[in-house]
Design a protein around this ligand. Structure first.
Ligand code: HEC
Length: 123
């Protein structure tokens, strides 16, 4: 009786614990690298900070976050943010949008790839 109860409890804990562990293994590289960005960028739609919200940024046109006051350079850039353009922008923002007020970069290619993968999860 007690044995069966224990087995149930252990089973429930294992079932609850598994997805959390799987998530912790998949998401964090990019999320960890994104912590530097989070000082200026929220991941919630419509919530702008020093920088625009990055919710839905992958696939969006540059300068596209509503109610954010972009630099003239970014307003006129007409870049579509995808893996390739983000990779160049995050390596060296000025090389893609000369005159942008974003000056933070990610020199490490792996970290850049991780952050871009994380950005793609933000809808
Ligand atoms: C010190 C503040 C700051 C930090 C830190 C920062 N950014 Fe920015 N970011 C900005 C600002 C300001 C803009 C708007 C640039 C403009 O209007 O020229 C911007 C714009 C962007 C854009 C273009 C968004 C759009 O709507 O077109 C992307 C993509 C971006 N940042 C990604 C990142 C990532 C990824 C990181 C982390 C590595 C990061 N930023 C770190 C301030 C920051």
């Amino acid at each position: 009786m007690l044995g069966r109860y224990l087995a149930l409890v252990v089973g429930a804990i294992a079932a609850a614990g598994l997805p959390a562990r799987a998530q912790a293994e998949e998401a964090p590289a990019g999320q960890h690298d994104f912590s530097r960005c989070a000082a200026c960028h929220s991941t919630e739609p419509g919530k702008n900070g020093v920088g625009p919200s990055l919710a839905g940024v992958v696939g969006r046109s540059s300068g596209g976050a509503p109610d954010y006051s972009y630099s003239t350079a970014m307003k006129n850039a007409h870049v579509t943010w995808d893996a390739a353009t983000l990779d160049r922008f995050l390596a060296n923002p000025q090389s893609v949008v000369r005159g942008t007020k974003m000056f933070v970069n990610i020199p490490d290619e792996t970290a850049r790839g991780n952050v871009i993968a994380y950005l793609a999860t933000l809808k």
